[in-house]
Design a protein around this ligand. Structure first.
Ligand code: 5GP
Ligand code: MN
Length: 323
């Protein structure tokens, strides 16, 4: 058993006592955030709970998942009161895409897999070795005896697929394959999901990728650096594809000899989002923590305020120290 039964029973008790439950995920939601949010939402609905799921700016790429159209997109679509908040895939409370005080909830259940997790829940299921929050949600659902149907499995599979880069990253465990086996046996169309999330690119995304590849710099042979301004991204971004820059950071990492890939994007005039990836030995989660962020050993992110030239220098200096 991968989930502690005591914790699982505690969660079940809280859910049974709750009149209204709200599921929330992290800002800039990825496949794991959306997959775990909808997977859990669909399962809890099936068990008869009153539950809403809020996800801000979900990419339409995931609209094939069951009840994608039921997602609450912002606070004004929510009920006034929820007793219980379930937070998924968030390393810390600042990452939650929800503009409500945590004190407004009687219970906060947290399910997460980040090595940099800073506890904020009343009950926390934290499994750092899990490659995806979806993997923990799947195991949790088994402990509460919900019949995991094909649609729930599709949500879970999507999150595992995206957070493991298609079962390619070092975070994959043998248990990941056990779950994938069970899901495949449910007749989930895995090639369709792969095609949708990895092998389809809008023309806008393709155009941003071309621009990004042209701007990519290699520094000291081991560092790939890419910067895109808000103006450059705004030319291609749309409401259907708010995560258009997703995956860009991976291209630098695949260049031979590169250990760390850095992608900085401008969010506002003086605010920048930093994405970090490494290949073999640099723990980028530690670098991200220095930029008010966190993540995993091979994939992490943070943010910085100020002037891009100063930020570039600071990030490069820290990366160079660890290379
Ligand atoms: P990405 O570079 O794709 O945005 O994020 C890579 C990883 O870093 C993800 O696991 C994500 O959760 C984590 N991450 C990205 N930005 C932040 C952040 O601002 N704070 C924390 N704690 N983690 C982040
Ligand atoms: Mn995740």
């Amino acid at each position: 058993m991968y989930i502690n039964m005591d914790e699982s029973n505690k969660i079940k008790e809280v859910l049974d006592k709750s009149k209204n439950i709200l599921i929330a995920v992290h800002k800039d939601p990825d496949g794991d955030a959306i997959g775990s949010g909808l997977g859990l939402y669909n399962a809890l609905i099936k068990l008869g709970y009153n539950v809403d799921c809020i996800i801000k700016n979900p990419s339409k790429c995931f609209d094939f998942l069951k009840n994608f159209n039921k997602i609450k997109l912002d606070e004004n679509e929510l009920k006034e009161k929820y007793d219980t908040l379930i937070v998924l895939d968030c390393a810390d409370k600042e990452r939650i895409a929800l503009n409500r005080e945590l004190d407004d909830f009687t219970n906060i259940i947290v399910i997460d897999h980040h090595i940099t997790h800073v506890e904020f829940g009343s009950i926390t299921l934290l499994e750092e070795i899990s490659p995806a929050t979806c993997q923990i949600v799947y195991d949790f659902l088994k402990t509460i005896n919900v019949d995991i149907d094909k649609e729930i499995a599709e949500c879970i599979y999507t999150g595992i697929l995206t957070d493991t880069g298609g079962f390619k990253y070092s975070n994959v465990t043998s248990h990941t394959f056990e779950i994938a086996k069970e899901i495949r046996e449910m007749d989930v169309d895995i090639s369709d999901i792969t095609r949708r999330v990895f092998e389809t690119m809008s023309f806008n995304k393709f155009s941003l990728l071309k621009l990004g590849l042209n701007n990519l710099e290699i520094i000291d042979e081991k560092i790939a650096y890419l910067y895109l301004s808000k103006e450059q991204i705004d030319k291609y971004i749309s409401e259907d594809e708010p995560d258009i820059h997703e995956g860009l950071v991976n291209y630098g990492r695949s260049i031979e000899g590169v250990e760390v890939s850095i992608f900085i994007r401008q969010i506002d005039e003086n605010i920048f989002k930093i994405s970090l990836r490494s290949n073999a030995y640099v723990d980028v989660s530690k670098i991200a923590v220095e930029f008010s962020g966190g993540g995993h050993i091979r994939a992490a992110g943070g943010r910085a305020e100020g002037n891009i030239e100063d930020i570039k220098e600071k990030v490069l200096n820290i990366v160079k120290e660890r290379i």
